[in-house]
Design a binder for this molecule. Structure first.
Ligand code: AMP
Ligand code: FE
Ligand code: FE
Ligand code: ZN
Length: 289
């Protein structure tokens, strides 16, 4: 890594999305937005892809901000979708890339299934969705939402998620994803540092129930994303308690998606001590430094 990550700048925002997944800005536009918002260190954490790293790293170094390579891995715990942030892993790791290809492929056919169901009732085609998806991007419900907005079916992404794209909206299809335990193992296997994303949002609290969290920690889970706008206050209290008990790193971040969500860059931040611990735990960084 060209940049010495130990000289990172503050404030630190460790969770953002570009058009490589469901954000609305390209990786370099995102870095420019971060610099403009006064963020000193930014992690790019697109869903199930590291394809934005090179462009983001180049833009960040021109802008004088610190770039942390990351990803948000899709996993599933029973019927619940569980997002796992992964930092500083080897982007060429074969077992991880094989699983990522499988997830992205599954996401594509799942999106096609949902679009064919929607097309029965609405004027919507796969071409509409493709027009809102950057080439090679990880496809998700947000891209279907954008196509529905463009067709005038719903006013914005949030309205689409509250109605047609909701799991109980009548058109939903789940995605293929590994279990959280397999996710932790894959990320550690690639030398990366796994941190559970927004683990205390309404309906997702099951993941931090003790037995399963203990198993994730035993397999290498490194941290919990504490300061995130979707975590409930009661949930945050539980997260602090779990972090104390298991010695986990606590992070905070925006989960910025450009114009796709109201979340603003730097609205939540990570303490420098937490980022130092993440850097310490990356076997990939230790190998390449
Ligand atoms: P998917 O992984 O394809 O099922 O879609 C989930 C993604 O949709 C998440 O990564 C969120 O970023 C995004 N999302 C969820 N709820 C909303 C919402 N209300 N408004 C905009 N985006 C959302
Ligand atoms: Fe997203
Ligand atoms: Fe997420
Ligand atoms: Zn996210």
């Amino acid at each position: 890594m060209a940049q010495d990550l130990r000289d990172f700048r503050e404030p630190i925002d460790l969770h953002t999305h570009s058009s490589i997944s469901d954000g609305t800005e390209s990786p370099d536009e995102l870095m420019r937005a971060a610099a403009g918002a006064g963020v000193g260190t930014v992690a790019l954490t697109d869903h199930d892809s590291s394809a934005g790293w090179a462009a983001a790293a180049e833009a960040a170094s021109e802008l004088g901000i610190t770039f942390i390579p990351g990803m948000e891995l899709s996993t599933r715990y029973g019927w619940k979708s569980v997002h796992m942030l992964a930092y500083l892993f080897d982007p060429t790791d074969e077992p991880l890339n094989a699983e990522l290809a499988r997830i992205r492929e599954g996401r594509r056919s799942r999106a096609e299934t949902m679009v064919s169901r929607l097309a029965v009732d609405y004027d919507l085609s796969w071409d509409d969705v493709a027009a809102h998806t950057a080439p090679g991007a990880t496809v998700g419900r947000p891209h279907i939402a954008d196509a529905l907005v463009a067709r005038g079916v719903v006013p914005d992404r949030s309205a689409a998620f509250a109605t047609l794209l909701h799991p109980r909206g009548g058109y939903y299809e789940p995605i293929y994803a590994p279990t959280p335990l397999d996710g932790v193992r894959l990320i550690r296997g690639a030398g990366g540092v796994p941190v559970l994303a927004h683990p205390a949002t309404r309906g997702r609290e099951g993941i931090i129930q003790d037995v399963y969290l203990g198993r994730l920690v035993d397999s290498g889970l490194a941290g919990l994303e504490l300061d995130h706008r979707d975590n409930t206050e009661d949930g945050k209290t539980a997260l602090r308690e779990r972090a104390d008990r298991y010695g986990l790193i606590l992070t905070g971040s925006s989960d910025y998606h450009g114009a796709g969500k109201p979340n603003r860059l730097g609205e939540n931040t990570t303490a420098p001590e937490s980022l130092e611990r993440i850097l310490d735990e990356s076997a990939y960084l230790a190998r390449t430094a």
